[in-house]
Design a binder for this molecule. Structure first.
Ligand SMILES: Nc1ncnc2c1ncn2[C@@H]1O[C@H](COP(=O)(O)OP(=O)(O)O)[C@@H](O)[C@H]1O
Ligand SMILES: [Mg+2]
Length: 334
């Protein structure tokens, strides 16, 4: 697949730069950083961040969370509500190690940026060292802190409300043909952060876009969105995850700091209905689609002492697969 240069774009992303066929294992002793980002508020970043955190912790995985939207502080608040609920009910709920990083109050711009960088790194370093996954919730606006966080992302998840208003941050779309006119601001921002990360020698980021608040109605809008998102994913290089349906339960859970993963039949919080079971499956499917590296990189083996020569077997064992001829480059016909 090759991307055709477009005069209207100020950048030319490489074709599918982020589509990771297989995630590299985590470096031993370093957590994998998952940034939840979208410059649009209300797309479900904080809700998704906590749901993914709890889904991982439920499987015994160590998670740290960072709230870079400290002004709104939704994730921080969500966790405070969660701790208070557990205290009130005398129950144990899995809790991540959490940091809130507010924007700098310094007036001078470069001093403020240096201050933010220092404070972000002061939170990220212990989070990365002390956990398997670090989930970073970002604000719904283009801030210096948010840009910095994007350069740390091993995986980037962008929740997108199922609406062309939200899609507008990723691409301008022709209303008649639904063709992509050009990628827009957030796509460009991600591309720039990827470049910075590449220069710093980081691994390529795996960018996943998920659709949120999918309605059971609105079939036509859903279909049109699918069409455009699929085309866009090839154009600017992200994977698409199925996402979450629109459900009132997400709003109800916030006050008690709960997630769908915490609900048990006759147990914690609101009683579990069939619709909640389906919703919980969507969260689990989303986590699976992220393809997070659960395994840890094994260090390269120490140079072995010279081994005595092993004679080659004279013939292949009966059930050995046929040797494949390695082919470099595209298959014939491309
Ligand atoms: N799948 C969903 N169904 C229904 N409401 C949702 C869903 N996802 C998020 N919400 C609600 O949308 C609002 C914005 O979500 P939030 O996670 O705070 O977004 P962001 O962090 O991107 O601003 C909240 O009221 C939240 O409860
Ligand atoms: Mg938020």
């Amino acid at each position: 697949m090759s991307s055709v240069p477009d005069e209207n774009t100020s950048f030319q992303p490489a074709p599918n730069p982020s589509i990771a066929e297989a995630q590299a294992p985590r470096a031993a002793g370093r957590g994998h950083v998952l940034v939840i980002g979208n410059e649009k508020g209300g797309s479900g970043k904080s809700t998704t961040a906590l749901h993914i955190a709890v889904a991982l912790m439920t499987d015994g995985i160590r998670v740290a969370t960072l709230d870079l939207d400290a002004r709104q502080g939704t994730l921080t608040r969500y966790l405070e509500n969660r701790a208070a609920y557990a205290r009130r009910k005398g129950i144990e709920l899995p809790m991540p190690q959490h940091w809130a990083v507010p924007i700098s109050t310094l007036n001078d711009r470069s001093a403020a940026e240096a201050d933010e960088r220092a404070r972000l790194e002061a939170a990220l370093e212990p989070a990365v060292v002390g956990s398997d996954f670090v989930i970073v919730d970002t604000p719904g606006s283009d801030t210096h802190l948010s840009r910095l966080a994007h350069t740390w992302a091993d995986s980037l998840l962008t929740p997108l409300n199922d609406s062309f208003i939200d899609l507008d941050l990723l691409a301008r779309v022709d209303p008649d043909t639904l063709k992509i006119v050009r990628p827009s601001i957030y796509a460009e921002q991600v591309w720039k952060q990827r470049q910075i990360r590449a220069v710093q020698g980081g691994r390529p980021v795996d960018w996943v876009v998920m659709r949120n608040r999918l309605s059971a109605l609105a079939a036509r809008n859903k279909r049109d969105m699918s069409k455009v998102i699929d085309a866009l994913s090839r154009r600017i290089g992200f994977r698409v995850a199925a996402g979450l349906s629109e459900r009132v339960i997400y709003k109800e859970l916030f006050l008690n700091g709960l997630t769908l993963l915490d609900l048990k039949r006759g147990g914690t919080g609101p009683s579990l209905t069939l619709s909640h079971v389906a919703a919980r499956q969507e969260v689990r499917d989303l986590v699976a689609a992220l393809n997070l590296p659960l395994g840890v990189e094994t260090p390269p083996p120490v140079e072995a002492e010279a081994q005595p020569h092993q004679p080659e077997p004279e013939s292949l064992p009966e059930d050995a697969p046929e040797t494949e001829t390695a082919t470099e480059g595209p298959p014939p016909g491309e």
